[in-house]
Design a protein around this ligand. Structure first.
Ligand code: ADP
Ligand code: MG
Length: 245
């Protein structure tokens, strides 16, 4: 479904990514791991068109994504939930998702017509699927951090993606919230057949839910493979255990 080949990106003279490689097959849960600053968020933003690569190829369903706008890439079926929560905190949970659904449908809010009645069923369906339906009318800024991250995920789902990218979906969550979110990710993958690409600090958690893992170190892909192969890979062991990172 997605193929990233030899992708590079510099910020000034600093090479944030020097050789990123990644393959994501349809229906799989794929994780990217690597130390802070390895380039994980940059890689995700390159895939979604928020950052332009300096070189390499990014193919989605056989088509080149490089040069397309984030909006065009979203239309083709890729959605990103950012590492830093990006919601309208004064709007309700319902309004946040509804706004995203309407934007995706190419409709916008009208100041003259109450927006309340638009896309209600679609919005509630998404809130139900992520477990936020009972909090639909809460003001988003008053939600717990964990619920705000889930709302960010709901917003990403409102564009009906085939590939959902989650940048540290459990960052800052309590262990209980983390467990709920991980169950949610697994359920979205199983029930909707969603393909999921994510990165996450908790390595044990990554190994427990991923079909495949790609290891990024200092902007370079060391390896991608099945969890067991990655766990026993000598270069990965060195990067994580030998202080090579
Ligand atoms: P990760 O998500 O793996 O922690 P990032 O992709 O956020 O890594 O960052 C990779 C490197 O690129 C870091 O050293 C970071 O400081 C640098 N970087 C990221 N974004 C920018 C930017 N907009 N300008 C300059 N440097 C950046
Ligand atoms: Mg990051």
């Amino acid at each position: 479904m997605l193929r990233v080949e030899n992708v590079q990106r510099a910020y000034g003279r600093f090479m944030a990514l020097s050789d990123a490689n990644l393959t994501v097959e349809k229906g799989k849960i794929v994780a990217v791991i690597g130390p802070n600053g390895a380039g994980k968020s940059t890689l995700f933003k390159l895939i979604t068109g928020h950052v332009r690569p300096d070189g390499g190829q990014i193919l989605f369903k056989g088509q080149d994504l490089i040069g397309l706008s984030p909006h065009e890439i979203c239309r083709r079926g890729i959605s990103l939930a950012f590492q830093i929560v990006n919601i309208f905190s004064r709007m309700t949970v319902f309004e946040n998702v509804q706004a995203a659904v309407l934007a995706h449908q190419g409709r916008s809010w009208s100041l003259l017509r109450p927006a309340r009645t638009l896309a209600v069923a679609e919005t509630m369906e998404i809130l139900e699927s992520v477990g936020l339906a009972s909090k639909a009318h809460r003001v988003s800024g008053t939600l717990s951090h964990g619920d705000q991250k889930v709302l960010e995920m709901a917003i990403a789902l409102s564009t009906e993606p085939e590939l959902l990218i989650l940048d540290e979906p459990t960052a800052g969550m309590s262990p209980e919230e983390t467990e709920v979110s991980i169950e949610l990710v697994k359920r979205l993958s199983a029930e909707r057949g969603l393909t999921i690409l994510f990165c996450e600090h908790d390595i044990e958690l990554v190994f427990s839910i991923s079909d495949e893992i790609m290891v990024l170190r200092a902007g370079e892909t060391i390896v991608q493979g099945l969890p067991e192969a990655v766990r026993t890979n000598a270069a990965v062991q060195e990067a994580y255990l030998g202080g090579g990172a």
